[in-house]
Design a protein around this ligand. Structure first.
Ligand code: DGL
Length: 271
């Protein structure tokens, strides 16, 4: 049987917040993380572009020996996952699997709201795709979803300006725009893997009764469940605790910024 690794893909650094939770929950597996930093952010790109970039990166991870790839990026999950799953995998890679972060989140979100009014904050790409509206509706048709795109947040975070006072304007602007859509929102999903880094400020801006939800633990929990239900994938995966990090950008720059997202220093290589 061909030995295999779990691939984790993001447009850049954000997926490291998801990888952190996956590595904590499933520490024994071998992992390859790929950040497409040279072409990020993805948030404002057209559908075709995001699909093309994501497929290229997934195929690169396949060539590195990954049979299972997690798109730890909402924008890529929203814009590219369905086409990859429905067209590319059956045609070219029938024994490989690619999973995203939207469905696992939609499956459990009902447990985090009492008012059944949920806010979703994401990139323009994620919000415009309507993916969360559609997916949440499948599992919880009684939940009303209010979306807010936050195009300035990823640039602020990538430039390490997010905790500076100058960031407050854009944080308050998007949060109040979301709350203006409904006074009964009691759960706000951070539907971009970068946004957990804003948590200290978001906790100050949102009223205490609002549950601010990040995806890392949810995705890690659902991955564990997936591997239990799919032994044909799980039994191929090597458990030697190896982790490799690759970036399409400059590895020195990646290493400098990555620790803020991953919570420990790391050493990357060029893709
Ligand atoms: N972190 C990515 C997401 O979850 C978006 C960042 C980007 O725009 O590239 O949507």
């Amino acid at each position: 049987m061909e030995a295999s690794t779990i691939g984790i893909f993001d447009s850049g650094y954000g997926g490291l917040t998801v990888f952190r939770s996956i590595a904590d929950k499933l520490p024994d597996y071998n992992y390859i993380y790929l950040g497409d930093n040279a072409r990020s952010p993805y948030g404002d790109h057209a559908f075709d572009t995001i699909y093309k970039y994501t497929l290229e990166c997934v195929e690169w991870l396949f060539a590195k020996g990954c049979h299972l790839v997690i798109l730890a990026c909402n924008t890529a999950s929203a814009k590219a996952l369905r086409t990859i799953q429905q067209r590319d995998l059956p045609a070219k890679y029938p024994d490989r699997r690619v999973l995203g972060v939207i469905r696992p989140t939609a499956e459990v979100i009902g447990g985090y709201t009492s008012t059944k009014q949920v806010g979703v904050m994401g990139t323009r790409g994620t919000v415009n795709s309507q993916s969360y509206l559609l997916e949440i509706n499948k599992f919880f048709p009684d939940i009303q979803v209010f979306q807010q795109s936050c195009p300035m947040w990823v640039p602020l975070i990538e430039n390490n300006e997010h905790l500076e006072p100058g960031a407050d304007f854009f944080i308050e602007e998007y949060c109040s725009a979301l709350l203006q859509q409904s006074a009964d929102i009691d759960c706000v999903l951070l539907a971009c893997t970068h946004y957990p880094l804003l948590m200290p400020k978001l906790k100050r801006v949102f009223p205490d009764h609002i549950n601010i939800l990040t995806q890392g633990e949810i995705v890690a929990e659902r991955l564990l469940d997936y591997l239990e239900r799919h032994p044909e994938i799980a039994e191929k995966l090597v458990k030697q605790k190896e982790r490799h990090f690759y970036t399409s950008g400059d590895p020195a720059v990646f290493d400098e910024h990555a620790s803020v997202f991953f919570g420990e220093t790391l050493k990357s290589d060029k893709m």
